[in-house]
Design a binder for this molecule. Structure first.
Ligand SMILES: Cc1cc2nc3c(=O)[nH]c(=O)nc-3n(C[C@H](O)[C@H](O)[C@H](O)COP(=O)(O)OP(=O)(O)OC[C@H]3O[C@@H](n4cnc5c(N)ncnc54)[C@H](O)[C@@H]3O)c2cc1C
Length: 307
């Protein structure tokens, strides 16, 4: 595939080839993208999808904070919304202390930017997002959450493009959002969303964010490249980290991939970990927990470019 597969699409931004993805992931692992496209808006994405070359694999990249990209990378096209689709703005202001403010965020905006946008305007509800890396699109796809909150709690409606290139606006109730899961087909792309917030004193909002972030710093190995929690918590019973700990996995290493000593569900890159090493560590951990506790943990991280 030597020629630009999107040459006929009249894109606003150029298509780049052989782009390293490693620096675009929080794990600092993974090979290059054969093609990288950075669309500027939903209409451009719709045009791309309507004309998508047959058999060209497609991956949507957000902040790369929940991805294990293979060492060979992505043999197709990676679509990056974070470069040119990252606006956040208020749609309606609260008129009194009880009313809600509606905020729009593009899918490529960071969840941290959304949290701080809300804080600066004295809006509560997004404090839990301040410590979650990545983009709004990735958070919607994963129904990201922490400290008792999830992004679906704030979500009013989302803008999506389906694989045929049609635009949709769907209410939160139509998205099938559950714990770290969204029911929308993985081939659909989130391009933006509206969120609702209630007014609060900006200082109190800031204090809650600080407390959440302090709790994270105490319990998570934030100095090392990671993808956050590797496994989802089982629906009932012990948390994933407890199962990993009880199975004796704390500190286990495969090459430079290591189960964090500080938090067993964080697997860290000690420097030069490859995707193969990290994958082997994940598989081994999964097998050991299955043997030890009879529970098959489900990975939360998404595997990209492994087919
Ligand atoms: C230090 C650390 C702490 C973390 N803590 C938490 C936490 O507390 N809670 C939590 O839930 N997660 C946590 N995570 C995991 C991660 O940050 C979240 O899952 C985040 O929401 C992923 O967003 P992203 O933009 O980085 O997605 P990516 O990793 O880029 O992609 C994740 C998935 O979403 C898809 N995707 C991305 N954008 C779009 C889009 N626009 N449309 C459709 N699909 C899309 C991708 O194709 C992929 O399948 C943590 C990660 C790290 C590194």
């Amino acid at each position: 595939m030597g020629m630009d597969p999107f040459a006929s699409c009249a894109l606003t931004l150029p298509v780049r080839r052989d782009v390293p993805l490693r620096p675009r992931t929080t794990w600092r692992i993974g090979g290059p993208a054969r093609w990288l496209v950075t669309p500027v808006d939903a209409v451009e994405i719709a045009g791309l999808l309507a004309n998508w070359p047959d058999h060209l694999p497609r991956v949507i990249l957000g902040g790369g904070s929940n991805l294990l990209i293979s060492d060979k990378g992505v043999p197709g096209a990676v679509m990056d919304l974070t470069q040119a689709m990252n606006r956040i703005y208020t749609i309606t202001e609260s008129l009194n202390a009880d009313s809600e403010t509606l905020v729009h965020a593009d899918a490529g905006a960071t969840t941290q930017a959304l949290a701080h946008f809300a804080r600066r305007r004295g809006l509560t509800g997004a404090e839990f997002l301040a410590g979650i890396p990545g983009s709004v699109g990735g958070a919607l796809r994963m129904n990201a959450g922490a400290h008792g909150g999830e992004i679906r709690d704030l979500l009013v409606e989302a803008d999506l493009v389906d694989p045929a290139g049609r635009l949709h606006v769907l209410p939160e109730s139509a998205l099938g959002m559950e714990y770290r899961h969204c029911g929308i087909d993985a081939a659909w792309i989130f391009t933006g969303a509206r969120f609702r917030f209630r007014p609060d004193d900006p200082e109190r909002v800031r204090e809650r964010m600080r407390a959440f972030n302090a709790r994270r710093r105490r319990s998570q190995p934030l100095a090392w490249p990671s993808a956050g929690s590797v496994f989802k918590n089982p629906p009932a019973g012990p948390k994933a980290w407890e199962l990993l700990d009880r199975a004796g996995l704390r500190g286990l290493r495969v090459g430079d991939a290591q189960v964090s000593e500080m938090h067993c569900n964080f697997f860290i890159n000690l420097g030069q970990a490859t995707a193969i090493q990290m994958r082997e560590l994940i598989d081994r951990a999964r097998e050991r927990v299955a043997e030890h506790a009879g529970i098959l943990l489900e990975p939360e991280v998404q595997f990209v470019g492994w087919e």
